[in-house]
Design a protein around this ligand. Sequence first.
Ligand code: SF4
Length: 480
Amino acid sequence: MNVHDSERLSGLLEDAGYARAAEDTTADIVVFNTCAVRENADNRLYGNLGHLRPVKDANPGMQIAVGGCLAQKDRGEIVRRAPWVDVVFGTHNIGSLPTLLERARVQREAQVEIAEALEHFPSTLPSRRESAYAAWVSISVGCNNTCTFCIVPALRGKEKDRRPGDVLAEVRALVEEGVTEVTLLGQNVNAYGSEFGDRQAFSKLLRACGEIEGLERVRFTSPHPRDFTDDVIEAMAETPNVMPQLHMPLQSGSSKVLKDMRRSYRQERFLGIVEKVRAAMPQAAITTDIIVGFPGETEEDFEQTLHVVRESRFSMAFTFQYSKRPGTPAATMDDQVPPEVVKERYQRLVELQDQISWEENQKLVGREVELMVSEGEGKKDGAHRRLSGRAPDNRLVHFAVGDSEPRPGDMVTVEVTYAAPHHLVADSGVRNLRRTRAGDAWDARQGKPVQISKPDVLLGMPKIGAPAEEPAPVGGCCDA
Ligand code: SF4
């Protein structure tokens, strides 16, 4: 959500006539888009602002703006602690940024403007997308849940749903521009429709995305187990361009801790959903988020989390050591777990999950997968020059390109030759290269002449060299 908001902020500023500053130059405007979910967000913000102070002193025309969740939370506190900041804006009024910058310049004083409710749905604002071929599409913002560890409802407000027609119009417009992958975005995507009274709106939206010609991959993040209904599983399984991938936050495997977290599902419900997803889509990769050391978590509770991890066989998990977030109910709960206990449990969880991730990845060795090629320089490793791509289930694969010249957004078919816990390697060559409209869109961004690939062109590629003995990941890619 935060990354998508940053794309909107860039788009707004470009629309207002600003241009991206070249590297190694001093920008006229610096915008911090903050995230209060992250630990120590405030320390990092004030540290960064402190570093910028001498730069601003040397360049008095420079303007500094702070937005996002931390700005929504701290409001006027930011200009009190860092009076050299020019603009503070909140999560509900990112569209005001150009006006506030202008007003601060004319009036020569800091502008702090925090709206209490959403002014514009972010997707109606201009955007400068980071990727030429993959896009975020916001379907809802805010959340009606009240998880006791989470600051989101306080800062992003109640859930607001976009109308399905608006969402689909945006997806179609993106596809026209060359985008072939969209990720539907919301704090709780499968509650989508609750605002306009259609409990099956999310599964209908997935099916409608399946009708859009040229849209190859649809993903979504994140669903809540409470609202995960069978119609969503059926829509995922029956809609070919909805990818076999599910990120479903567990948070804890203990029903008692889930109750304390005010997450209204229990262990059995979570495992029941996993079972249904596996039955409908045996090839699906399921990933999750887990918090270790929530207040009151006992060793027995933690064992329940390990039990769910063993049963669910997640392909990957984002694991977090609980730490207090000021302003959340959990921050003042009794029974905070000592940090050394949290750390020790966390290490056990990571060890178990890494082992499972590795075992699940090993099952793919010898299989063919079609990858969407990611952006990045690639890296030479021994005899191989490797690029990276994402499999349909979103696994990261580093592949040897041989003589092929895929562009970001193109599709390549490769055979997996090696598995590590957090990535796969395919070193036996590109079996097929499919040049796509997404690759054309990427070429166009680079200013290269574009021949529209319509229909997609299939090129059979010869096999290249033997797999390297010790494959290494490609630099510049994130395993997570
Ligand atoms: S469902 Fe997600 S966004 Fe909503 S309160 Fe819970 S953790 Fe926060």
